[in-house]
Design a protein around this ligand. Structure first.
Ligand SMILES: [Ca+2]
Ligand SMILES: [Ca+2]
Length: 334
């Protein structure tokens, strides 16, 4: 699924940024450069060089093999309008002996890698042997907050290097892509490769979080109501927020009924994805669904919230609850 912003959001953000830049330039013109630098450092909304922006740090679930003819990509949504200075990728080297190439690309309406915006060399000597590690790549690419980009990695020869990542959609601002024969990109929104982006510029400061809990109704074979309570501690609006709910599987949790069908989509199997939209500073949003527990044992459901803004605390963006069913599934406690 493409999480690129609606045009309205993008235009609004650029307008605000231009206004800010214009008023700042007028002030700087009347001040000494030292004073101007000081003001720039203390003005809210300014992010300094190498601010950690987007991240997906789990490298334990999937491995994509990369050669000269089979590149891979991870898309991300920038929270900063300014310059992308550095990208870290979680890589390992097998028998590959030639330097790799990394590109930053725009994406299509479907979120697939599109036009090349800039190209960088990744020295093969900087890629650790298996099990691998973080490889920093310095770069210089203009980015716009709320816009999705692709990090595309090509191998240097026919021997593979590997890009490590994780399942269960740990990053909600993009997904992974593979280039295969016949030449075409195929994406997997629910698998994300290991990456971190660092940028300089302006970006909204937020702290969206979610608390997820389950309640049962009925004494026997109860219906379970799962509720996600989202809160943005601010200080700015968490724009274009999305909620992702990971279900165990259809044999454990079934008969899903959405209470917010205008915002949420159930894929019929393992997840529910909701467009929450803008959550104001100190604002709340609540989304819920009902389901039956249809196999015995423990079943954990996890909710995650994401906004393409500078989130002060990503740790509180995920919350789980567990239901336990007896051997007949007649008695369920959550
Ligand atoms: Ca993803
Ligand atoms: Ca947060």
């Amino acid at each position: 699924m493409n999480l690129a912003p609606r045009k309205g959001f993008s235009l609004k953000f650029q307008r605000n940024t231009s206004f800010f830049r214009s008023s700042r330039l007028k002030r700087i013109g009347a001040l000494s450069s030292m004073t101007a630098v000081f003001l720039a450092l203390v003005t809210p909304g300014i992010a300094h060089a190498e601010t950690l922006d987007q991240r997906q740090e789990d490298s334990q679930g999937v491995v994509y093999s990369i050669t000269q003819t089979s590149p891979a990509a991870q898309t991300f949504t920038s929270a900063i309008t300014g310059t992308l200075n550095r990208v870290d990728l979680y890589l390992s080297r097998l028998s590959s002996a030639h330097d790799m190439t990394m590109e930053i690309r725009s994406v299509t309406a479907d979120g697939a890698p599109a036009d090349v915006l800039s190209t960088y060399t990744v020295p093969i000597g900087s890629v650790p042997a298996f099990p691998g590690g973080w490889v920093p790549v310095a770069l210089n690419q203009a980015v716009t907050a709320g816009t999705q980009y692709a990090i595309v990695l090509h191998g240097g020869d026919s021997n593979p290097a590997q890009w490590h990542g994780a399942k269960n959609n740990p990053y909600l601002g993009g997904g992974s892509w593979r280039y295969s024969t016949p030449p075409a990109w195929s994406g997997d929104f629910a698998q994300d490769l290991g990456f971190k982006t660092y940028a300089t510029g302006t970006g909204a400061q937020t702290d969206p979080s979610v608390y997820f809990y389950a309640n049962t109704s009925g004494a026997v074979f109860p219906t379970v109501t799962f509720t996600a309570a989202i809160y943005n501690a601010g200080p700015e609006v968490a724009t274009k927020s999305v909620l992702y709910i990971q279900l165990p599987d259809t044999s454990s949790v079934s008969q899903v009924k959405l209470n917010n069908p205008e915002s949420c989509t159930y894929n019929g199997a393992t997840y529910i994805l909701c467009n929450v939209g803008d959550v104001a500073a100190e604002g709340r949003a609540t989304l819920s669904f009902q389901a039956k527990i249809t196999s015995p044992g423990q079943h954990t459901v996890t909710a995650a919230v994401y906004s393409p803004t500078l989130d002060a605390n990503p740790v509180n963006n995920r919350s789980s609850d567990t239901c336990v069913a007896d051997i007949t599934t007649a008695f369920v406690s959550c």
